[in-house]
Design a protein around this ligand. Structure first.
Ligand SMILES: [Fe+2]
Ligand SMILES: [Fe+2]
Length: 374
């Protein structure tokens, strides 16, 4: 119980009785709801995904072992920062155990809070897709995804609560979700959500899943990432079929939407990247972030070796989102130039621009890839 700062007496917590402003936020969405009077299967691949989605349902309260809580030691021992395996460095190992836990707990709560908010966005977009897509098979599938995303919101909210309070959504992610929710064209929604947002999410969940030894988190991410593999596959299969039928103007519009969505999440010049928040969190946990970054930079080789050993791809955008765009025919020379320019500016090296053009194929079986090590 906290003490009153004046009298020193214990005062009861009052959260439950203090009136607070409603914690909601709204964005105007307008789109056409489309009937499809043809009820026979039209796009077999989407029908198969729908059947698969029904088959693979799970229940958060039944299929995850919440009783065991978080294994703090395992959590801090295998903490990685946005794919960077910092826990393998001497710098990390030299920190007191309590500091390691604090840094890991707070940074992860921030990142997982953003996963949670992204899941809420995905839940609403999946619901919109039921109405917006013009094929019955696409509607059926989107209905299963809506349920998947509700479950994802449920499990991330529960896990974050074990670590810390839920952090606010980062501005870049909020703008991306607003744009996708407000888009009136279903193809834009699918590009922004299923290709960019879900691609980034799948890559990051898988990375965290393979890196962590914390049993509950690993179990949670395995189940979530399996679902996300299906969600990404929907974008690839559906758009892969639609894009070849588009004229140049519509195709360029979708490419631009994909680029803008990626830019909001990773371009530090957009003022929306999460880097600053993470540095602030480290400061709050008692670590000077500038000094820490300097020490981590000295161990660049160790980090590089570990990343190579674990077969990490080239980061979510160049390693996953771009290969997806290429696979569905939305990666022209024109848009490759935009990505190259963004990479060069953000990584402050002209060679970084090549990342945009380095061919990397998408894994053939996404679900198998999620649980594989490379
Ligand atoms: Fe999800
Ligand atoms: Fe998803």
């Amino acid at each position: 119980m906290p003490a009153d700062p004046v009298t020193g007496d214990d005062v009861p917590r009052t959260e439950a009785t203090t009136p607070t402003a409603p914690r909601t936020d709204a964005v105007k969405a307008s789109m056409e709801a489309v009937y499809d009077w043809n009820y026979s299967p039209e796009i077999d691949e989407l029908r198969t995904l729908y059947a698969n989605g029904l088959e693979r349902q799970w229940i958060a309260t039944r299929d995850l072992d919440w009783e065991r809580g978080i294994d703090r030691g395992a959590f801090a021992r295998t903490f990685s920062l946005a794919g960077l395996p910092v826990s393998e460095t001497d710098f990390w190992k030299s920190l007191p155990e309590s500091t390691r836990w604090e840094v890991a707990r707070r940074s992860s709560a921030f990142l997982l809070s953003n996963f949670l908010h992204g899941e809420q966005g995905a839940l609403m977009v999946a619901g919109q897709l039921v109405g917006a897509v013009p094929h019955t098979d696409g509607k059926f599938y989107a209905a299963t995804q809506t349920l998947d995303e509700a479950r994802h919101v449920e499990v991330f909210a529960a896990y974050v609560r074990l670590l810390d309070d839920v952090h606010e959504i980062s501005p870049g992610l909020k703008r991306l979700l607003d744009n996708v929710l407000a888009a009136d064209d279903w193809r834009r929604k699918v590009v922004g959500m299923q290709v960019v947002a879900e691609g980034l999410a799948l890559y990051s969940f898988r990375d965290m899943r393979n890196g962590t030894c914390e049993p509950l988190l690993k179990q949670l991410l395995t189940l979530v990432a399996r679902d996300e593999a299906r969600h990404t596959a929907y974008g690839i299969k559906y758009l892969g079929r639609i894009v070849p039928t588009l004229d140049d103007r519509d195709r360029a519009d979708l490419e631009d939407f994909a680029f803008e969505s990626s830019r909001l999440l990773i371009d530090s010049r957009a003022g929306t990247s999460m880097r600053e928040n993470v540095l602030e969190i480290w400061r709050g946990a008692g670590i000077d972030p500038i000094e820490a970054m300097g020490k981590l930079a000295q161990e660049r080789e160790v980090l590089g070796r570990v990343m190579q050993r674990s077969g990490r791809r080239m980061g979510p955008v160049s390693g996953f989102v771009i290969p997806t765009l290429r696979a569905i025919g939305l990666f022209s020379e024109r848009i490759a130039d935009h990505f190259a320019e963004m990479f060069s500016a953000n990584f402050r090296s002209p060679e970084a621009g090549n990342l945009a053009r380095m061919a990397q194929d998408l894994p053939e079986d996404l679900e198998a890839w999620v649980e594989g090590a490379d």
